[in-house]
Design a protein around this ligand. Structure first.
Ligand SMILES: [Zn+2]
Ligand SMILES: [Zn+2]
Length: 295
């Protein structure tokens, strides 16, 4: 899956899945970096209203809106998006008319235009201090493929027999619907339950800090974040197939991040491909980046 991405914690974060035309967050500079590529965007999903995630949304909507309809989805309890929606309508009525704004809650499903078997589903994250789930203000997103698969009981049968069963009892008798998580994007979050990411093919997990003590040193206690040992252990426990670390603090240098990821992966016993979205570096094809095991 081709993914273009940029992230440095505190300043700007966005992730664009090109084949599915989905933008996850819209940090400062996203339009200037993507330029004409923004025409490809059909759906924008926002994890939360912190400025490093939404700072580029106004400019993106103004320019992209001129090229046709698109939709923005945001956590339902977040007043910042309602304010931005109202401001956009007054500021630039022409393009604002092409943008659909949609509040979403936990477990909401989001259809993708022109994609029948692939959709998005939200999951709860832990970033704001309030634990009041009635007003959801932070969310993560799974990109999910839904397809029909032969039921366990019929696997190994000759095709003619399966066809006969299907004719006699209908396709629902022999087939069942299965979902695969093609991509999961956390946005900013503290530790989550591994079950949320079970078997995800690709997990983009925020990794603001390399060490737990680094967060304590910042004195930043109001908003929960994740650190490297926790993220790698979670990826192991969830059985994810491939991992990208992003939203990394600019305090760390690339060599230091790579080395820490290698050591920690060995320590927790995680041997899947792990890639690093280096802070402050625009990456045009995330999955073509070398994984940490490469020399
Ligand atoms: Zn952030
Ligand atoms: Zn945040």
């Amino acid at each position: 899956m081709k993914i273009i991405a940029y992230s440095s914690a505190m300043f700007s974060t966005w992730i664009f899945s090109d084949p599915y035309q989905v933008m996850f967050d819209a940090g400062d500079g996203v339009t200037a970096m993507l330029q004409h590529k923004i025409r490809r965007i059909r759906t924008i999903v926002m994890t939360h209203a912190h400025r490093d995630h939404l700072g580029g949304l106004l400019q993106l909507l103004n320019l992209r809106g001129g090229w046709g309809a698109l939709d923005v989805y945001y956590p339902e309890g977040s007043g910042a998006f309602i304010a931005l929606k109202e401001f956009t309508a007054r500021f630039d009525a022409l393009t604002a008319g092409t943008v659909g704004w949609h509040p979403v809650g936990i477990g909401s499903e989001i259809p993708l235009p022109g994609k029948r078997d692939v959709f998005l589903r939200t999951f709860p994250t832990r970033h704001y201090p309030e634990s009041d789930s009635r007003a959801v203000r932070t969310l993560g997103y799974h990109l999910i493929e839904r397809r029909m698969k032969l039921k366990e009981a019929f696997r190994g049968l000759p095709q003619e027999e399966i066809d006969a069963l299907r004719r006699r009892d209908g396709k629902d008798f022999v087939l069942e619907e299965v979902e695969s998580r093609l991509l999961s994007v956390t946005g900013d979050t503290g530790p989550l339950d591994a079950g949320i990411f079970q078997d995800s093919r690709l997990l983009f997990h925020e990794t603001t800090f390399l060490l737990p003590k680094d967060q304590a040193e910042t004195g930043e206690r109001a908003h929960e974040h994740s650190n490297l040992p926790h993220v790698l252990a979670l990826a192991r426990d969830a059985g994810v197939k491939s991992l990208v670390l992003y939203h990394i603090s600019t305090r760390y240098k690339p060599d230091e991040i790579r080395e820490a990821a290698r050591e920690t992966a060995a320590a927790v016993g995680l041997s899947i491909p792990i890639r690093i979205l280096m802070p402050g570096i625009l990456t045009w094809d995330m999955m073509a980046e070398p994984d940490i095991a490469s020399p």
